[in-house]
Design a protein around this ligand. Structure first.
Ligand SMILES: [Zn+2]
Length: 70
């Protein structure tokens, strides 16, 4: 049975073998979920997340502060 509960604050656990940065393809690192303005949701490393955020490529408010589950 699959859980069909949808919550924007669900923590997504990324399997080790899939934990690869969508931007630089680095693996074996902790990834952040980034809501990219053009590409949608991506799993990126902290470095790339920072870069994207500096370039203003991330949709604001995607850093876990949605307010719906607090
Ligand atoms: Zn990266």
């Amino acid at each position: 049975m699959k859980k069909s509960k949808t919550s924007c604050c669900d923590v997504r656990i990324v399997p080790e073998e899939e934990s690869k940065c969508a931007i630089c393809n680095k693996s074996g690192i902790s990834l952040l979920e980034a809501n990219h303005k053009e590409l949608g949701y991506l799993m990126v490393c902290q470095e790339c997340w920072k870069k994207l955020s500096e370039q203003n490529m991330l949709v604001s408010g995607s850093s876990g502060s949605c307010g719906c589950c607090s």
